[in-house]
Design a protein around this ligand. Structure first.
Ligand code: TMP
Length: 210
């Protein structure tokens, strides 16, 4: 693993289904560009040609036989490619990286949701990422009922969206628990108020970063 010293800031956006990740990713992107930052915007799983192929497999609602460890390893396979091909080169060139989901999603979905041991995820994290962690992770937080209702109005559910409330409650609890123990690296944003209020809260955090 490449432990190169990084210069740009690495921001990730996390949350359960229907919390408004896309809208707020677009807001953060626009805000950082207006602040004069050179920025790349990417996502996980995905972000590379190979990673997007792995994403298609991971999200395919027909892949019902996929076992939990396969799911976990494919997430990290896509991440390894993404880091080497996109994220590390950008950070090392001094660019900012804004990523829609990252390893906190693995802890939340594969750890909290599927019940895989957190220590196994931590081992893979260290292997694939070395010491690289996001500089700031926004956790957009919303009660599961409200989020699923919003998300349900969209297209056909993917393999994760087919999961039940109980699964998503565990995912949400894991995001919140991780944020609680490392408050400097996370900003938990209440996603239930109006979009402008949510974006005001995000902006307060961004202003401290630039
Ligand atoms: P989304 O980012 O478009 O919401 O979809 C990606 C899905 O993949 C989402 O349901 C969360 C899931 N996921 C994991 O389960 N583990 C991971 O490590 C990542 C990055 C995503």
């Amino acid at each position: 693993m490449n432990n190169a010293v990084t210069k740009g800031q690495f921001i990730t956006v996390e949350g359960t289904e229907g919390v408004g990740k896309s809208t707020n990713m677009a807001f953060i992107e626009e805000w950082l560009i207006k602040s004069g930052k050179e920025l790349i915007v990417t996502r996980e799983p995905g972000g590379t040609e190979l990673g997007e192929k792995l994403r298609a497999v991971l999200l395919d609602a027909k892949e019902q036989s996929m076992c939990d460890d396969t799911e976990l390893l494919l997430m990290f396979a896509a991440r390894a490619q993404h880091l080497q091909e996109v994220i590390l080169p950008a950070l090392n060139a001094g660019k900012w990286v804004l990523c829609d989901r990252f390893t906190d999603s693995t802890y939340a979905y594969q750890g909290g949701g599927r019940g895989i041991k957190m220590s196994s995820i931590a081992e893979l994290e260290q292997w694939v990422q070395g010491d690289l962690r996001p500089d700031m992770t926004f956790v957009l937080d919303l009660p599961i009922d409200i989020g699923l209702e919003r998300a349900g109005k969209r297209s056909a559910p993917d393999r994760f969206e087919l999961e039940k409330h109980d699964f998503f409650n565990k995912v949400r609890d894991t995001f919140l628990a991780r944020a609680a123990v490392q408050p400097d690296r996370y900003s938990v944003i209440d996603a239930s108020p109006s979009i402008s209020d949510v974006q005001q809260s995000i902006q307060v955090v961004l202003e401290k970063m630039v």
